[in-house]
Design a protein around this ligand. Structure first.
Ligand SMILES: Nc1ncnc2c1ncn2[C@@H]1O[C@H](COP(=O)(O)OP(=O)(O)OP(=O)(O)O)[C@@H](O)[C@H]1O
Ligand SMILES: [Mg+2]
Length: 290
């Protein structure tokens, strides 16, 4: 059950209370409350435009909520006096488009946050980064630049970068949906290992097989609300709500077109976001998700 007051327990890593978010006159999150527990893998599924990315981006305040409160390990990130930069160091964020620094090697991408934000010395940062690149199967590609890596490899660098910050939790926004199908498996395998190692993960995904296998809990969102949540066998295997059933029929249908191809609005939205994220990368400061 969602708890409606902060418990003070270290076991509650993300607590969201009555979260609302509007863009102009359009309310895209309409009162979301949920808790993600330590070590839990929560997969968020739902149709394009239902607010999944906005929810994730509110959790680390990449978007400012219009209303509601969010606690990260019992510290309120929505408190105007919160040390947001410090709270963000506990959360890794893995995006569809990787967001690596193009002018830095894989190794440097994994050390820059450590040295710039956490003030870890270079030798230590290098050794932590190498260990994590090894963990994601890229120990031998430390000196490669992003352009020299496949999308799947870049995404694994992005995961190694999050791990190198010694985060408590990682938020994933469709980490495999920009990848060629043959590269998806390697990234999901790394995520599966992470889940098994006890990492707290909140994963927006269209990979139903992954959600079914790895998630402790699945949340189905539609139209800015949580329609249904529960164990994957229940939500994916035996959904109670008509809207969940309709959505699953569509995505589980083998003739279903991949999201992004089916919906022009989706493509436009993502082009805009990509432009914003690329602009952030060109910013001399660190992108806000560090
Ligand atoms: N920065 C923004 N400015 C204006 N509207 C936005 C912004 N970001 C998102 N929206 C709108 O909010 C709604 C929810 O978008 P969001 O990206 O959260 O959906 P989603 O569930 O992640 O969809 P998808 O599966 O396509 O990624 C959409 O109608 C979108 O157009
Ligand atoms: Mg999205």
């Amino acid at each position: 059950m969602t708890q409606m007051i902060p418990t003070g327990s270290r076991e509650d890593e993300i607590q969201i209370y009555d979260l609302h978010k509007s863009f102009g006159a359009v309310e895209v999150l309409k009162g979301i409350s949920l808790t993600v527990h330590r070590g839990e893998v929560v997969c968020v599924i739902g149709p394009s435009g239902s607010g999944k990315s906005t929810l994730l981006r509110c959790v680390n305040l990449l978007e400012a909520p219009t209303k509601g409160r969010i606690f990260i390990i019992n510290q309120e990130i929505t408190d105007p006096d919160a040390d947001v930069d410090h709270l963000r160091t506990q959360m890794g964020m893995v995006f569809q488009q990787f967001n690596l620094f193009p002018h830095l090697t894989a190794l440097k991408n994994c050390t820059i946050g450590q040295t710039a934000v956490k003030k870890i010395d270079k030798a230590k940062a290098d050794s932590i980064a190498r260990e994590n690149l090894e963990k994601v199967g890229l120990g031998d590609r430390a000196d490669a630049f992003p352009a020299q890596l496949s999308g799947g490899q870049q995404q694994r660098v992005a995961i190694a970068r999050a791990l190198s910050m010694d985060v408590e939790m990682i938020l994933f926004d469709e980490p495999t949906s920009a990848l060629d199908p043959e590269l998806v498996g390697d990234v999901l395998a790394v995520m599966r290992d992470l889940a098994a190692s006890g990492m707290t993960m909140m994963v927006v995904t269209h990979e139903m097989a992954f959600a079914r296998e790895v998630a402790d809990r699945v949340i189905f969102m539609d139209d800015g609300m949580v329609v249904e949540e529960g164990p994957p066998d229940q939500v994916i295997g035996n959904p109670q709500h008509e809207r969940t059933r309709t959505f699953l029929q569509r995505v589980l249908d083998p003739t279903h077109v991949r999201p992004g191809e089916e919906d022009e609005a989706y493509a436009r939205r993502h082009a805009k976001r990509r432009a914003r994220e690329e602009a952030a990368l060109n910013d001399p400061g660190l992108p806000r998700h560090f």
